[in-house]
Ligand binder design. Structure first.
Ligand code: UDP
Length: 399
C-alpha cells in the first residue's frame, strides 16, 4: 500500500509533468494556447509533424533547371491538353463571346475596336506587340475580367478562352496577367494601377536589403481590402493579438462604410517596399488570384499562402514548405497562431524558406520569363488551330 512518502513523491512527479506540459504549450512571447497535458502532447506531435514535413519536402524537391522559362512549361501543356484534338472554328466562335478578340497576322497585331478595360488591354498588348513579328498567324479570345469563364464543373462547353487566373475546374488557358506591365488595381499608392513588375523587382529587392532577416520585426503583416472573407480570421487575430499580427483592411473602390472593413475604419495603405520590414507576410486570394503573391517573395520575408485553388501561370512552380508556408483557407485564429509560433521557434527554418522563395521568384519570374511564357504559349496554341486565320476587318491594327 502507499505510505505518505510515496504519495508525496507521486504527487510531485505529477506536478512536475503538469508544469512541463504547461511550459511546452506556451511560447516565447508568453502566450499560451491551452495548458492541459493532452493538448501539450498534441502540440508536440503537431510540431514534429510540421518539422518532418518541411524536411521531407525540402529533401525531395528538385529545383527546376532554368532554360527559357522551362520551370513553367508544364502549366501551359496542362492548360492546352483539353484542346489537343485541335481548335476548330466552331469552338473558337464559342470563346469569342467571352473575351476581347486579338489576331496576329503576318507579324502584325489587331484587336476588337472596344476593350472593356483599356489599361488591361494595354498591359497585354505591351507583350503581344513585342512578340508578334516572330509569331505564326493566330487568333485569340483574351478575357480581361478578374474571373475565368469556362467552368467544366458547371457543364460549360469547352472553349479556348485565355484568362489570367483560374482554378482546376476551368478550361481557361492561363496567360501572364496584364499587370506585369500595367493595368493592375489602382490604389491611392499606385493611382495609375499596379504594374511594371520589372521596376518592382528592383525596388522591392533593394528595400529588402534594408531589412535583413535579423532586423525584421517578428510580426505577421497584411494590408489589403476585403475582396474575400477568407481574410477575416487574420484581421480578427490582429485585433486580439496586436503584438503578434498587424493585419488591417484598407479601402477599395467598392468601400461604402466601416462595415466593408469589418467594422473598423480603413487603414492607410502600405507600399510593397514597406512590407519588407516584417518577417511574416500573408497572401490571400481576392476575387481570383491576388497580384501581390509574387511581390511578397521579393522582401525575403516568410510568405504564408492561404488556399491553393486559385492560380496564376507561375504558381505551380512554387512548392509548399520549400518556398512558402501553405495555410488552409478554413484555418481558425488559433490554427494561424500555431503556425506563427512554430516559425518563431524555428527561426532558421523560416529564414531558409524565405530565401528559397526569393531565389525562385528572382530567378524564374523575370520580365524575360513573362515574354518567354507568352511566346511559348502562343506558338503551341497556334499549332492547334485547325483552320486558317483570316483577317477580320472589324479589328483595328494596334501600332
Ligand atoms: N496593396 C498594397 N498596399 C496596401 C493595400 C493593397 O500594396 O496597403 C496592393 C495589394 O498587395 C494588391 C493590390 O494592392 O496587389 C490590391 O489589393 P486588394 O487587397 O485591394 O485586392 P486583391 O487584388 O488582393 O484582391
Amino acid at each position: 500500500m502507499f505510505n505518505i512518502k510515496t504519495f508525496t513523491l507521486l504527487s510531485n512527479i505529477l506536478l512536475l509533468i503538469k508544469c512541463n506540459s504547461k511550459i511546452e504549450s506556451c511560447f516565447n512571447d508568453e502566450t499560451c494556447i491551452e495548458n492541459d497535458i493532452k493538448y501539450s502532447r498534441e502540440v508536440n506531435e503537431w510540431t514534429s509533424k510540421i518539422s518532418n514535413l518541411i524536411h521531407y519536402e525540402v529533401q525531395t524537391h528538385e529545383p527546376c533547371v532554368r532554360t527559357n522559362c522551362s520551370c513553367h512549361k508544364n502549366v501551359l501543356e496542362k492548360d492546352l491538353e483539353p484542346f489537343s484534338d485541335g481548335v476548330t472554328k466552331e469552338i473558337f466562335e464559342l470563346a469569342k463571346a467571352k473575351g476581347t478578340i486579338y489576331q496576329i497576322i503576318n507579324g502584325k497585331l489587331y484587336r476588337s475596336k472596344d476593350c472593356h478595360f483599356p489599361a488591361r488591354c494595354a498591359g497585354i498588348e505591351h507583350y503581344l506587340k513585342i512578340l508578334a513579328p516572330k509569331l505564326p498567324d493566330v487568333e485569340l479570345a483574351i478575357n480581361t475580367r478578374d474571373w475565368p469563364q469556362v467552368n467544366r464543373a458547371w457543364g460549360h462547353k469547352k472553349a479556348p478562352v485565355f484568362s489570367f487566373s483560374k482554378t482546376k475546374d476551368y478550361y481557361d488557358i492561363m496567360y501572364p496577367t496584364w499587370s506585369f506591365w500595367e493595368g493592375g488595381p489602382a490604389i491611392q499608392l499606385y493611382p495609375t494601377g499596379i504594374g511594371r513588375w520589372d521596376k518592382h523587382r528592383t525596388s522591392i529587392s533593394s528595400a529588402a536589403k534594408n531589412w535583413p532577416w535579423e532586423k525584421k520585426v517578428e510580426k505577421v503583416f497584411f494590408r489589403g481590402s476585403r475582396t474575400s472573407e477568407e481574410r477575416d480570421s487574420l484581421i480578427l487575430l490582429s485585433r486580439s493579438h496586436p503584438d503578434l499580427v498587424d493585419a488591417q483592411y484598407t479601402k477599395n473602390q467598392a468601400w461604402k462604410s466601416d462595415a466593408d472593413t469589418l467594422h473598423a475604419p480603413p487603414a492607410s495603405e502600405v507600399s510593397f517596399e514597406d512590407h519588407c520590414k516584417y518577417k511574416y507576410l500573408f497572401n490571400y486570394r481576392g476575387v481570383a488570384a491576388s497580384f501581390r503573391f509574387k511581390h511578397l517573395f521579393l522582401c525575403k520575408s516568410l510568405v504564408f499562402h492561404v488556399g491553393d485553388e486559385w492560380l496564376e501561370f507561375f504558381y505551380p512552380s512554387l512548392k509548399p514548405w520549400v518556398h512558402y508556408v501553405p495555410i488552409s483557407p478554413k484555418a481558425t485564429k488559433d490554427e494561424i497562431l500555431k503556425y506563427v509560433h512554430y516559425f518563431k521557434t524555428h527561426d532558421s527554418l523560416a529564414k531558409q524558406i524565405a530565401e528559397r522563395g526569393f531565389e525562385h521568384i528572382w530567378n524564374n519570374l523575370t520580365d524575360d520569363d513573362v515574354k518567354c511564357y507568352w511566346r511559348m504559349l502562343l506558338k503551341k496554341y497556334a499549332k492547334l488551330l485547325k483552320y486558317n486565320v483570316v483577317r477580320d476587318k472589324n479589328l483595328k491594327k494596334i501600332s
